[in-house]
Design a protein around this ligand. Structure first.
Ligand code: XMP
Length: 511
């Protein structure tokens, strides 16, 4: 398949570049900045993009690419640091700018480079750099300039090498997508092969070929990734797939039933339902420390899953809904925000060494692509657009000990939150919204009676990847409805609070 390879120099926008290229219906993958040219050539890319990055090309530890890439005869686009590296490695000159340029700028397009084909002569762009290219390498000319940067865009048209001082991939460069499209279609000559329909067809063939007549087991959580992986594999191999769904007793109201209905009854998948509620809740009895709670849930899940796989019969493959952001290698450059994402906890997952061959059909996809595949495979909106739900479930939303009574109180309150958010048309627009049970007793009055009950906190956050988050300013009338309904309808609650903390320093979940 035609592809554009992005070499990652540690920019926070590298994944955004990959997404923009895929929006042009061209496949793109991200590789480390130091991937040898021979390895790149073997992948037969139609073009290369060098990302931005936090370093200066003159830093002692500045990441450099294999200089042989300049002789591969493949078009290259360097963005920000990528452009400075291009100038540096091709004997131009890079120097610290007179002042750091950060924010919007107007660029005047010079000449008629195919990179700016069909675009107005003045464009708004987003700058973020300290260094500047002061001397162009031989054969290069400026194809765009701003007031501060005479070399804001440069090209060697004969060799199809390009550099942009600004970031075409971010939304603040309104016509950036056109520039990227010009590069991948106009300069590199890519067609439009990457669509989710072609992905589905291609992966069905691949799954059939890989699996043959063997059996596949998949741990179904009901979340977007495992659900879409299940639907795709089921389409490829039908009853050779068994989905194992573990009810840990910490699910939201109605969730176990809805997973059985959607996957078992409607989609006719072989579904093995394991109700391990008792085991989980017995082991959690009396445990108040958040880390111990998580560990117990993690171990019990793996144990239950392993037992269930034995019941399901001998399978060679274990399928997982791993997606592209999970597999992109984070690169060890100081200040690389992608490196932090890897350290993220993931309780509720499976260890690598269960003795199966892994089948990960979504490894190449970003979340929005996974959702599109799910929709094309006929999964309902409630699953395709589901909010993230942590592996340890409601246990991390009940502070302290988890008891059956607390679970049922929280399930009811959470149900109301979800229902009201959907009615307000906000549920699918927000990263996460949920209720948290605070087992802190406070005094209230209901009718003529004095009450002494628990509190519920409402948490609504927006986020892009769960690493940072801001609390959502929910409308007052919605908050009023939530409070009235929860206090009136959920026995055991007499107070509702709103969590107005961002991450960091708070976390999204309370435990
Ligand atoms: P925190 O609470 O760390 O959560 O700000 C960030 C995101 O991760 C989810 N989360 C988990 N997901 N297993 C998971 O699969 C876990 O143990 C876990 N803990 C938190 C959380 O819901 C949020 O989206």
């Amino acid at each position: 398949m035609e592809q554009i390879i992005i070499l990652d120099f540690g920019s926070q926008y590298t994944q955004v570049i990959a997404r923009r290229i895929r929006e042009c219906q061209v496949f793109s993958q991200i590789l480390r900045y130091d991937t040898p040219a021979a390895k790149l050539a073997a992948l037969k890319p139609k073009g290369l993009i060098l990302s931005g990055g936090p370093c200066s090309v003159y830093d002692k530890k500045a990441p450099h690419c294999d200089p042989a890439i300049w002789k591969m005869g493949v078009p290259v686009l360097g963005i920000c640091y990528g452009m400075q590296l291009l100038a540096h490695q091709l004997a131009g000159k890079v120097q610290p700018g007179k002042k750091r340029e950060y924010g919007p700028a107007d660029i005047d397009i010079v000449g008629d480079s195919p990179l700016f084909h069909g675009m107005e002569p003045v464009q708004k762009v987003w700058m973020s750099h300290g260094d500047q290219v002061t001397l162009l390498p031989q054969g290069f000319t400026a194809i765009g300039r701003t007031e501060n940067a005479p070399h804001a865009a440069v090209a060697n048209e004969d060799r199809k090498l390009y550099g942009l001082q600004f970031h075409p991939e971010v939304h603040h460069t309104p016509n950036g997508k056109q520039i990227i499209s010009n590069f991948v279609h106009g300069v590199c000559g890519c067609g439009r092969e990457w669509t989710m329909r072609s992905f589905i067809e291609h992966s069905i063939q691949e799954i059939r070929q890989k699996v043959g007549k063997d059996k596949v087991i998949l741990g179904l959580s009901g979340g977007v990734d495992s659900s879409v992986a299940a639907a795709l594999i089921h389409k490829a191999i039908g009853s050779q797939l068994t989905c194992v769904f573990v009810n840990n007793g910490l699910l939201r109201k109605g969730e176990a039933e809805s997973v059985q209905l959607v996957f078992g009854k409607n989609l006719h998948m072989k579904l093995q339902y394991e109700d391990a509620t008792k085991t989980f809740l017995t082991r959690l009895r009396g445990i108040t420390d958040p880390e111990r709670k998580r560990k117990i849930i993690g171990h019990t899940f793996v144990e239950t899953f392993q037992k269930a796989t034995k019941k399901a019969g001998k399978a060679k493959f274990l399928a997982q809904g791993t997606t592209y952001p999970d597999v992109i290698e984070s690169i060890p450059i100081a200040g690389n925000p992608a490196a932090m994402i890897k350290s993220h906890h993931n309780v509720g997952g499976l260890p690598k060494d269960l003795g199966f061959v892994l089948l990960e059909p979504l490894r190449q996809l970003f979340k929005d692509e996974v959702r599109e595949v799910g929709a094309q495979l006929g999964l309902p909106k409630e699953i395709v657009w589901r909010q993230p739900f942590p592996g340890p479930g409601l246990a991390v939303r009940i502070l302290g000990e988890v008891t059956p009574e607390y679970i049922s109180i929280l399930q009811e309150a959470d149900w109301i939150v979800i229902e009201e958010m959907k009615k307000a048309d906000l549920y699918y627009k927000i990263w996460q919204t949920f209720a948290v049970l605070l087992p802190v007793k406070s005094v209230g009055v209901m009718g003529d009676e004095r009450t002494y009950e628990n509190a519920i906190a409402i948490r609504a956050v927006d986020s892009v990847d769960g690493m940072t988050a801001d609390w959502v300013r929910l409308p007052y009338d919605l908050l009023a409805r939530l409070s009235t309904r929860i206090i009136n309808e959920v026995k055991g609650v007499n107070r509702v609070c709103l969590d107005i903390s961002s991450k960091p320093p708070a976390t999204i979940e309370w435990e």
